[in-house]
Ligand binder design. Structure first.
Ligand code: NAD
Length: 254
């Protein structure tokens, strides 16, 4: 299988090239604004899409419209990892998914994807009035936002399982005299320090038992191996917009 990498000079791009080779795929080359020593550089995304079976794309949201058009035109499968897309850019991704096979996921770590799926099921199974849901996350000292996007996604999954909107029940950044815990709230706590890549723990605490599920990312390579797994899965699929749950075989059958 021939893989092309958009953003091949970037932090993810370099890991993706290594992981694609480790998985036994052929890396035909890539596109990037920056040079990528040792890699075959294509003139543009259209040329890359014409030469590859699957384009794995971890670049910048500003590329989404052009890349969506190019993969759709070439009929090349597309594994998109770029984050921060606005509504118009996401619409272009969805449009590409009507013409070719597209996997689009905000987090390609299989562990996080499965944790979110479990979070929704636990949210549905454990009554909100007796099981208090709390999410604790820790990241490196350079991180500028809190709670993390993954923590919010876990909270959203619990809320979905409970049939509520996270915005209506979120409880973030407690301090001072907060009063007693609100029944049904989904709480967040963010720890910052050192070089922690990403740790998330989802807790359901009741009067007589407590469940805690934890995920730790040691390395960004977890995203690269997940994305290459998605590339192996998506090749030859019918046109459609898929997510990591599809890749992992966890999609609920209708
Ligand atoms: P990075 O800045 O190290 O790499 C991005 C690369 O894309 C750079 O080499 C840059 O030159 C290139 N690029 C930017 N604009 C381009 C353009 N117009 N044409 C060609 N190349 C262009 O960043 P990164 O850490 O590798 O992350 C890249 C993207 O992937 C970000 O959006 C990041 O949030 C996302 N990401 C997603 C996941 C996931 O699991 N979905 C995991 C990690 C990172």
């Amino acid at each position: 299988m021939k893989i092309g990498i958009a953003g091949i000079a970037g932090r993810m791009g370099q890991l993706l090239a290594e992981e694609a080779v480790a998985a036994g795929f052929t890396v035909v080359g890539g596109v990037d604004r920056a040079p990528a020593p040792g890699a075959v550089m294509f003139a543009d995304i259209a040329a890359l899409a014409a030469a590859a079976d699957v384009v794995v794309d971890f670049t910048h949201a500003s590329t989404a419209l052009a890349h969506a058009a190019a993969v759709a035109e070439a009929g090349c499968a597309w594994v998109l990892g770029t984050t921060g897309l606005d509504a118009g850019q996401e619409a272009a991704v969805a449009a590409a998914g009507r013409r070719t096979a597209v996997v689009y996921a905000p987090n390609y770590s299989p562990g996080v994807v499965l944790l979110a799926a479990l979070a929704e099921r636990l949210g549905a199974a454990l009554p909100a009035d007796s099981y208090d849901a709390e999410i604790v996350e820790m990241h490196h000292r350079q991180k500028v936002d809190a709670p993390s996007g993954t923590a919010v996604a876990l909270g959203r999954a619990v809320a979905k399982g409970r049939g509520v909107r996270l915005e209506d029940v979120t409880d973030s950044g407690r301090g001072g005299h907060t009063g007693a815990r609100r029944t049904g709230a989904i709480g967040f706590a963010a720890l910052r320090g050192g070089q922690v890549v990403g740790e998330h723990t989802l807790i359901f605490a009741a009067a007589h038992e407590q469940i805690a599920l934890s995920h730790r990312a040691f390395d960004r390579r977890a995203f690269a191996t997940g994305a290459i797994r998605a590339a192996g899965w998506v090749r030859g699929r019918p046109a459609g917009l898929y997510g990591m749950l599809d890749v992992l075989g966890m999609t609920t059958q209708a």
